[in-house]
Design a protein around this ligand. Sequence first.
Ligand code: THU
Length: 140
Amino acid sequence: MLVTTSTASQPALSAAELIAVALNARDRAYAPYSHYHVGAAVLTADGSVIVGCNVENAAYPSTICAERVAITAAIAQGQRDFVAIAVATENGGSPCGACRQVMAELGPNMTVYIADADGNYRTTSVRALLPDSFMPEHLV
Ligand code: THU
């Protein structure tokens, strides 16, 4: 889903609004094994919001997290400039290591909002979540 939320005269979404979008995406999680529903919403520099939810699989390692669904969908839609990501779970759980690594490469300057089901949240950054990460320049 792509929602254009900003124009020249209209500011981008607030933290609470981005979290509300992530909570809405959480309702669409496919998590019949863990029953842990996660929603994510990425805000881009042009004000677009792209959502994700976790999608599990009976072959458990084939599961993909909400954050990586949102970020990879955004890339597929031509977005590359990520401003913020909201992650919503039942209890304010923190993004997993694999998602942190993807955030570090594709959205290193993102603000990260980690919210619970009631919309309570804390604010952090990709750098704080994954300091000293492996980066593309390490490959050369
Ligand atoms: N999950 C996410 O969607 N994001 C995370 O950062 C942590 C874990 C999902 C994967 C799985 O479907 C469920 O939560 C339990 O691990």
